[in-house]
Structures are given as C-alpha cells and as structure tokens.
Design a protein around this ligand. Structure first.
Ligand code: SF4
Length: 110
C-alpha cells in the first residue's frame, strides 16, 4: 500500500513489479508481458564443467523468463517476469510463428 498522493494516470509504487523494465500497466491496454518480445532470453551458466575429450570448459545455455529490456537498461539480470503482468511502456509485440511457414518447412505445403 502506498502512502503517497495518487494522481490519476501517473504510475505509483503499487504498480512496481520486480524485474519489469518500467511500471506495470503503462503499456498498451490489455497486453501483458507474455505478449512481449522482450520476455525471455538465453543465458549461459557462469560455472562450466570441464570436458576431458574436448579439453575445455563447457557452459550450459538455458532460456529464462526474465525481461531483456530490464537487462539492457540496468545492466543486471532481473527477477523472473510472469506472463500475466500488465505490459509496460517498453512493450513490443512478440512475433508469432506463422502456421503456414511451419508446415512448409515440414513439407506439408500445397
Ligand atoms: S512488457 Fe516487455 S519490456 Fe515491459 S517488463 Fe514486460 S517483458 Fe519487459
């Protein structure tokens, strides 16, 4: 609960969500982080395991559900961002894979 004066249309401390690039709900109406192209990126583990046959350290890569824009702005990895969080002002619509493109790659196109 915020004790600051609420001003209509101005984000408040109640709108802050950990890991988000900006205040929740300042993006397009009805859009969520789940629709945003910045949610989720590939990270490489900081600890590697030594591979004897390759004679080098091998680092695992994994996909996170953190915000890429948060990382760009702050220089740090933020918290996980949930799909249902209301979008922020940096929202950009995630491109969806077209069903026809997928089927043509599989050789199912007419
Ligand atoms: S709307 Fe996009 S840019 Fe904003 S916090 Fe969510 S994932 Fe990040």
């Amino acid at each position: 609960m915020s004790f600051m004066t609420k001003i209509e249309g101005v984000p408040d401390t109640d709108d802050v969500r950990d890991g988000m690039a900006f205040f929740a709900g300042t993006g397009p109406y009805g859009k969520t982080c789940g629709d945003c192209k910045f949610r989720g990126y590939v990270r490489t583990s900081s600890k590697g395991t030594y591979n004897e046959s390759r004679q080098e350290f091998v680092y695992r890569s994994y996909r996170t559900t953190k915000c890429e824009m948060f990382r760009r702005l702050s220089g740090h990895h933020g918290s996980e961002v949930k799909e249902e969080y209301p979008a922020c002002k940096y929202f950009e619509l995630k491109e969806k894979k077209k069903a026809s493109a997928v089927s043509s790659q599989q050789g199912n196109s007419p």
